[in-house]
Write a protein that binds this ligand. Structure first.
Ligand SMILES: [Zn+2]
Length: 351
């Protein structure tokens, strides 16, 4: 993450990342005459909307001075903004994040004795078993990039910053996803979120960081999916679209997570070996029964199908019934086989 300089008031020259240098670190010029808290705004001529080039060239090593003087400034002097430092325009992409994590893994930087807390944070978020769109949402939430009422007011799109759900407090990201009184019913249901509720955290980043420290992966994942569901519900309400009641947020998030994890498990399974064989009808006067099972992991259920055909290949009876998921496919096949042997009578066959 790199700061995009607006008016320079929020960014510390020495401590923060604001130069797009390859190591993604703060400035390396010695800067002995600058205090730790001195802001980038001291390098900007606000009247002209330009860098104080003489100051920059005096303080910084030549290559960093030239980098700084190459940063465009806006006459409007907007607030500084955090952007993604790995793409040219500061726009997040999953590809660039993946490349960064791979390169860090290869270099051994991640997992070292003193990993960068911010990298640890993103790596932890990235490893969650949630859809990419949910990770992207978390990234936007952490970077204050969601169109909350506070953000809309700051950009002069809305005249009010009040939350439209509770209508009592300004709606920033933390409020929209966590602190709004209308969400109490959601978060209070999950007793393990109580310590975070009592910690009076000041930003969504701090809150997410708190949950990423939780040992149980499922809790991290359900937290972020609930937040995502809350945000989608909030948008639906705002734009008059039908949505779910507050009481359904947790069940909806839970089933979304289970479905996603089940789908991942299925796609990670080695492909089954298919034996190609051609079906042949039985000789007259025999009948042939074929059976199979289907497993639906998401709903923890299964189905058994049986079909009985005569010597001409015509189906004379068929059976399809749902059943509970057994411990193994072999058990399921045995059940189907059992059904097969009992099916002619049940299905009204005359043989
Ligand atoms: Zn509210």
């Amino acid at each position: 993450m790199v700061w995009r300089i607006g008016n320079g008031q929020n960014v510390r020259i020495k401590e923060d990342r604001w130069l797009r240098i390859k190591s993604n670190k703060a400035a390396i010029s010695p800067l002995t005459s600058i205090q730790a808290d001195t802001r980038v705004c001291s390098l900007i001529n606000h009247e002209l909307g330009m860098w104080k080039s003489d100051v920059v060239e005096r303080l910084f090593l030549p290559h960093e001075a030239s980098l700084i003087l190459g940063i465009p400034l806006s006459f409007r002097m907007p607030p500084d903004d955090i952007t993604w430092g790995l793409t040219p325009y500061g726009i997040f992409s999953t590809k660039s994040a993946y490349k960064m994590l791979v390169s860090l893994d290869n270099s051994g930087e991640v997992g070292s004795s003193s990993p960068d807390p911010q990298l640890k944070f993103w790596k932890s978020l990235w490893s969650l078993r949630v859809p990419n769109k949910v990770k992207h949402f978390a990234w936007r939430a952490c970077n204050n990039a969601l169109p909350t009422m506070v953000n809309l007011q700051q950009r002069h799109i809305s005249t009010s910053d009040l939350c439209e759900q509770c209508t009592t407090e300004p709606e920033d990201t933390l409020h929209a996803l966590w602190a709004c009184s209308k969400l109490e019913e959601v978060w209070r249901t999950l007793s393990w979120t109580l310590p975070a509720a009592q910690a009076s955290l000041s930003s969504f980043n701090a809150l997410l960081d708190c949950f990423l420290q939780v040992k149980d992966d499922y809790r991290k994942e359900i937290f972020i999916i609930i937040a995502w569901t809350i945000w989608n519900r909030r948008n639906a309400l705002k734009f008059g679209r039908p949505t779910i009641p507050v009481t359904n947020i947790i069940p909806r998030a839970g089933s979304l997570l289970q479905e996603f994890i089940a789908a991942q498990e299925v796609s990670n399974e080695p492909p089954s070996v298919t034996v190609s064989s051609q079906w042949h009808p039985p000789e007259f006067p025999y009948y042939k029964a074929n059976f199979d099972t289907a497993v639906f992991k998401a709903s923890a259920s299964a189905g058994i199908g049986v079909i009985i055909r005569d010597s001409r290949g015509d189906a004379i009876s068929a059976l399809s019934v749902p059943t509970h998921l057994s411990t193994s496919v072999a058990t399921m096949e045995a059940l189907a086989c059992q059904r097969r042997s009992s099916s002619p009578k049940k299905l009204g066959s005359d043989k």
